[in-house]
Design a protein around this ligand. Structure first.
Ligand SMILES: C[S@@+](CC[C@H](N)C(=O)[O-])C[C@H]1O[C@@H](n2cnc3c(N)ncnc32)[C@H](O)[C@@H]1O
Length: 245
């Protein structure tokens, strides 16, 4: 598996962004984030980010981002979900109901947040830059530094990107070290997002789910975590690295 995957955009996030974005201080920060739905980027903008780079392997991400921005500007909170779904582009149908997304996606929380995002998308959409890149190689980044790097749940797919016989933890270490090189002094990386962390799940066989191995891999660096209500009755978790000077 490689570049040919993930070429269908996600209409909306599949994560409880409200569960961990509020734990991060986005005010005036430069952010790099994955996310072909643009939801991570739009929420970072809502929470005060200064500049956002959407870094995603999906070559349709920029086109979808612009279309979604126009749809948001011409929608109400009530009809934005259906209007986004109607955007005519190849889409992944890993899609949550509107009621769930209103809890997951901070800009859909209430009228006030939605209107605030509309205002920001009118005046500051140019502060979002779209870049095609593969985070498993950390390619297509120059000498750039970010205060916050959001990797979404991409490391759950780590094994699908490595070469036959390659140790997934070796690749994780390589990627982690490269990402650290793009962090500002007090920068942070949201490295893992684990769905249904409090119960057994089909994700349990993923290398990134084995926390002892992950922690061994990044040692002496450490991760903190934040746990929050997931989309059903489970708990989701985000694991965060904070750079020490
Ligand atoms: C793993 S997917 C799942 C959706 C995600 N949970 C969300 O809320 O948007 C996350 C995003 O990572 C992107 N992606 C997957 N593999 C990637 C890679 N190797 N490099 C960069 N982006 C990648 C996908 O295109 C998608 O937009």
């Amino acid at each position: 598996m490689g570049k040919e995957i993930f070429q269908e955009v996600y209409p909306f996030t599949t994560e409880v962004i409200s569960g961990y974005f509020n734990e991060l201080d986005f005010k005036d920060k430069s952010v790099m984030t994955l996310g072909s739905s643009s939801d991570q980027a739009f929420n970072a903008l809502l929470l005060g980010a200064k500049k956002i780079t959407v870094y995603d392997i999906n070559e349709n991400t920029a086109k979808f981002g612009k279309l979604k921005r126009d749809v948001i500007l011409n929608s109400t909170l009530d009809n934005v979900w259906i209007n986004v779904i109607r955007i005519d582009m190849p889409k992944n149908y890993d899609l949550f109901p509107k009621e769930s997304l209103m809890k997951m996606n901070p800009y859909m929380k209430d009228e006030k947040s939605f209107k605030k995002l509309q205002g920001l998308l009118k005046t500051r959409f140019n502060d979002i830059e779209y870049r095609v890149g593969n985070i498993m190689e950390v390619n297509n980044l120059d000498n750039e530094f970010f205060d916050i790097i959001i990797t979404s749940n991409v490391f759950q797919y780590l094994e699908e990107y490595i070469n036959p016989g390659e140790n997934p933890y070796d690749r994780l270490k390589e990627v982690f070290n490269k990402l650290k090189e793009h962090l500002t002094d007090d920068g942070i990386i949201q490295l893992l997002y684990h769905y249904a962390f409090n119960r057994t799940s089909h994700w349990d066989t993923c290398a990134s789910r084995n926390l002892i191995m992950v922690l061994n891999t990044i040692y002496p660096d450490v991760l903190s975590f934040v746990e929050f209500d997931g989309t059903t009755s489970q708990k989701d978790c985000a694991f965060i690295y904070k750079k020490k000077r």
